[in-house]
Design a protein around this ligand. Sequence first.
Ligand SMILES: O=P(O)(O)OC[C@@H](O)[C@@H](O)c1c[nH]c2ccccc12
Length: 258
Amino acid sequence: MLNTILEHKREEIKNLVLPEPVTVEKRTLYNSLLNTNFLAGLIAEVKKASPSKGVIQENFKPVETASFYERAGASAISVLTDERFFQGNRDYLTKVKQHVSLPILRKDFIIEEQQVEESARIGADAILLIGEAMEPAKLHQLYQSAYARDLEVLVEVHSEETLLAILEHFQPEIIGVNNRDLNTFVTDVVHTENIAPLIPEGSLLVSESGLFTQVDVLRVRNAGAKGVLIGEALMRHENPMEQIQTMMGSGSHERADG
Ligand SMILES: O=P(O)(O)OC[C@@H](O)[C@@H](O)c1c[nH]c2ccccc12
């Protein structure tokens, strides 16, 4: 599946027209993740659909949902901008940026420089770069141009091999372990537990995908994750603020697992 998405993305990039830059202030993802009363810093995702689940929320209101996330105490908002496979849109990101005051992560399949520039222009504070989507040297190059444009990067890996190959090139500030295999779509929180010991000191670990309960959050937090990225569990709940409280607890509920 990842290959299908990437093939389509390469075609899209050929027709990419860069928008006029929006004027917005920068916010920092790294600091915001560490500054939380929850069990871990929460990156809450607005996501209408995905290739594995189809449409997740019929009546999709990205700005309203993002505002709920902010009021509930999220550290950052992730906005899917891929149109073809996730029914996202770059305008959603710009609107969310203009209406909430949290850092905004652009969630897309970024494989070329123009997309880094595009991300800065639409008002993103951070971008996702997927280890499995390109060679480590290319990833490093995009990583550097992102930071040069004042964009932070969440470097996502699914496998141990991908992480080790990247670490031979450089040490990302923020590393995401995707619990979902982008080829089979199977999620398993054990991925975070397996890979966490390989994350170098000084990199901030974010556990992504397939988190549905406070027990899931506690598991990855106990494995060393300082942040979590949650989409579906929040999008499917009729009251996302309540769901955030339930899943994320707070410092005082640290021993909820007994
Ligand atoms: O909805 P979930 O299972 O909570 O997952 C959110 C997020 O991690 C997921 O959307 C994601 C992680 N990496 C990605 C890369 C591309 C698109 C989407 C993603």
